[in-house]
Design a binder for this molecule. Structure first.
Ligand code: PEP
Length: 228
């Protein structure tokens, strides 16, 4: 099982260091734990990855960080294609694929986020699959360090996760495309994580808001440890 925390634009470096110290008080056993803090809080730690980076070593890309800055903290894990970057920051599929290929070349572990908007979900699974396929364009689905995160846009930060049946059906469709791990993300909480992790083809979760409280995240890892 993979349990990953996306801090988004939350927490300072000091807070992230304290969080990691507290988190590491528990034994993860065979659960793969990941933490994605903001770029200002990157820390050299095997469980820490970047939420985003530009597909270049360094250069004239104001406001961005690149491989050189990640290497300073020995970061070799990255989150790409998050719906907030696709929809708020306007990242195109072409640009996401460019980032994917750049960081794949660097042998990074890549969590690639995909997910449909509510109007698409309302049209049914066929329309959902069409969107997901378009968000996988240019992505090597056989890359051994690829992890897919299925995150319906309407479930992110809304407090309402997709239903068990929606997750089961969608993960099955994604499974037809790749053998790589598939995470679910979107309003995962202490109250629903066990049910979600028990769904077929769910290999873990990507947690936003609920991960900000280290005690909650620790409990989530404890629940994941029980699932075989
Ligand atoms: C996310 O944005 O990756 C996410 C899953 O957020 P939340 O858990 O807050 O819905």
């Amino acid at each position: 099982m993979i349990v990953a925390a996306n801090f988004k634009m939350n927490k300072t470096r000091k807070e992230t260091i304290e969080y990691l110290k507290e988190l590491k008080k528990i034994d993860f056993e065979d659960v793969v734990v990941r933490v994605y803090p903001p770029c200002s809080a990157l820390i050299e730690d095997e469980i820490v990855g970047a939420q985003n980076a530009y597909p270049a070593n360094n250069g004239a890309y104001t406001g961005e960080i690149g491989l050189e800055q990640l290497k300073e903290f020995k970061i070799d894990k990255i989150l790409l294609g998050h719906s907030e970057r696709r929809n708020i920051l306007g990242e195109s599929q072409e640009f996401i694929a460019k980032k994917f290929n750049f960081y794949k070349e660097q042998n990074f572990e890549i969590i690639l986020c995909i997910g449909e908007k509510l109007e698409v979900r309302k049209k049914g699974i066929k329309a959902v699959v069409e969107v997901l396929k378009s968000q996988l364009e240019g992505i090597d689905l056989g890359y051994e360090k690829l992890i897919i995160a299925y995150e319906p846009v309407w479930a992110i930060g809304s407090g309402i996760s997709a239903s068990v049946e929606e997750i089961r059906q969608t993960h099955l469709e994604i499974r037809k495309m790749t053998n790589q791990p598939i995470l679910y993300g979107g309003s995962v909480k202490l109250s629903n994580i066990k049910e979600i992790l028990n769904i077929q083809n769910v290999d873990g979760v990507l947690v936003g808001s609920a991960s900000l409280d280290v005690e909650v995240f620790k409990k989530m890892i404890e629940i994941a440890k029980e699932i075989k």
